[in-house]
Write a protein that binds this ligand. Structure first.
Ligand SMILES: *[C@@H]1O[C@H](CO)[C@@H](O)[C@H](O)[C@H]1NC(C)=O
Ligand SMILES: *[C@@H]1O[C@H](CO)[C@@H](O)[C@H](O)[C@H]1NC(C)=O
Ligand SMILES: *[C@@H]1O[C@H](CO)[C@@H](O)[C@H](O)[C@H]1NC(C)=O
Ligand SMILES: *[C@@H]1O[C@H](CO)[C@@H](O)[C@H](O)[C@H]1NC(C)=O
Ligand SMILES: *[C@@H]1O[C@H](CO)[C@@H](O)[C@H](O)[C@H]1NC(C)=O
Ligand SMILES: CC(=O)N[C@H]1CO[C@H](CO)[C@@H](O)[C@@H]1O
Length: 404
């Protein structure tokens, strides 16, 4: 009996000592149909080339194609204007549309109205960005409100001219490396709201639920990761660009080699994995997909028998099963789109189809990142429940101890 009570007391101390040293930002997710246009274009070309019953049959499939996107509400300025932000390691800046940009687009999207915020400051600098797409922006500073936290004087790019695409999110928070302007993480670290410039990213891709995963700022969330000892940190290869770029020495589909000596960047807002055309063709052949202008289509029913894709990075295998690289959100009459497509670029882009399978850790000081194994979702909950159970039991033990 005494042993049990002392144990309870020790556990109580341990659970009190447990504090999360990071800011936990919960993400929402929803389906974004703004990419339909791009896919419609592909279909039009495909229909022209293959005027068969197959392409007519497949056309609506593309028209209904939706991207899964992850974002969260963050406020800017005083009085606070709230926006849905997505976090993307491909950019270094925070980007928000301006009222001027919205007017030019005749858009319905949300825009930041700078004169109505007392805490707004114009830095009188502008920039042209080529980080993914061309846009003009002016550098601005204001307070960011993330949950209960205020990050003052955060610089961000107020978009004055750029693409007029409406998305399910309004702005982007860059998780890339800083250069001239401090990133959100740099500023948070300066303010002392975080102790380490580390970020963790979990993108939940289960379309049946609304929870979208989370971004951790200041550290990574150990409760979401299995086998902490097995985490391998991968050095990034190009520190001159904002994006996190890694080396992929080899990749395979089944035992067939797809690529040799490639580089890849991470893009959370892409739903796909982009690879050079030649490599997409190897994949198409192995899984007997129809290659329509770089978009691969398979019979959904065959997903179960398709081989795994393995990326060998830093001498470790990172495996995607067919259920990970074949989309099921947009299943249309039994045809499914493969989340790997061809690009003109030699550098691969790892989007949601890859990132959704891992817990990504960004370690800014060491310039390394890791793709850690996610705990199966229910186990995470069980771990949490167990934690609370042990905590309450230990409180109970503690009370018992006092009583005795
Ligand atoms: C930073 O570290 C100090 C000392 O270890 C700790 O007291 C504080 O809570 C930490 N802050 C955050 C945000 O983790
Ligand atoms: C495709 O075939 C249909 C009927 O078979 C025909 O009416 C249509 O004009 C064709 N379209 C193209 C682009 O060739
Ligand atoms: C954060 O900013 C808001 C609005 O400006 C203010 O009401 C609130 O008190 C601030 N919170 C902290 C912790 O400074
Ligand atoms: C594919 O990967 C999964 C998970 O890593 C593994 O269980 C399965 O055996 C693999 N399948 C093949 C055909 O190698
Ligand atoms: C990594 O994957 C390749 C290709 O599937 C396979 O040949 C190799 O045995 C794997 N290595 C390990 C350590 O699992
Ligand atoms: C609180 C803090 O450190 N804010 C800084 C954020 O970054 C800008 C420059 O980009 C600085 O001017 C702010 O002082």
């Amino acid at each position: 009996m005494w042993v049990l009570k002392v144990f309870g007391f020790v556990v109580l101390l341990a659970s009190c000592a447990h504090t999360d040293a990071f800011i936990q930002v919960q993400l929402k997710k929803s389906l974004d149909d703004s990419w339909m246009i791009i896919l419609k274009e592909a279909v039009a070309k495909a229909a022209h080339r293959f005027n068969s019953s197959l392409s007519t049959h497949l056309t609506p499939r593309f028209e209904e194609f939706k991207y899964l996107q992850h974002y969260t509400k963050i406020g800017i300025g005083d009085p606070e204007q709230t926006f849905d932000f997505t976090f993307n390691p491909i950019y270094r800046m925070v980007l928000v549309p301006s009222v001027a940009h919205k007017k030019k687009c005749g858009g319905t999207f949300k825009a930041y109205d700078e004169p109505s915020s007392h805490t707004y400051q114009d830095i009188h600098e502008s920039f042209v960005s080529n980080e993914g797409f061309k846009l003009n922006a002016k550098v601005t500073e204001d307070t960011f409100h993330i949950g209960k936290l205020n990050v003052s004087d955060q610089s961000f790019g107020l978009i004055t001219e750029g693409p007029c695409r409406k998305s399910v999110y309004d702005g982007v928070i860059g998780l890339g490396f800083s250069k001239n302007h401090l990133t959100l993480l740099d500023n948070m670290s300066r303010l002392g709201t975080i102790n380490s410039t580390i970020a963790g990213l979990y993108l939940d891709k289960d379309v049946r639920t609304t929870l979208g995963g989370e971004v951790a700022l200041g550290d990574w969330n150990r409760k979401l990761v299995k086998n902490h000892d097995l985490i391998d940190f991968i050095p990034i290869v190009n520190t001159q660009i904002p994006a996190w770029q890694i080396h992929i020495p080899m990749s395979f589909i089944g035992e067939t080699q797809i690529s040799f000596d490639r580089y890849a960047i991470l893009d959370t807002t892409s739903y796909f994995i982009d690879v050079p055309a030649y490599e997409a063709e190897i994949i198409a052949k192995e899984i007997q997909a129809w290659n329509y202008d770089g978009n691969l289509i398979v019979d959904c029913d065959r997903t179960g028998i398709l081989p795994n894709i393995t990326l060998v990075i830093n001498q470790r295998n990172y495996t995607l099963q067919a259920k990970d690289y074949v989309d099921h959100v947009n299943n249309y009459k039994g045809s499914c789109i493969v989340l790997i497509r061809s690009t003109k670029d030699k550098v691969w882009t790892l989007g949601g189809a890859f990132l959704g399978n891992f817990y990504t850790i960004f370690h800014y000081e060491t310039k390394k990142l890791a793709f850690a194994e996610l705990l199966p979702k229910n186990q995470g909950n069980i771990a949490q429940i167990t934690f609370w159970l042990i905590s309450s039991l230990s409180i109970f033990g503690f009370l018992q101890l006092i009583k005795w």
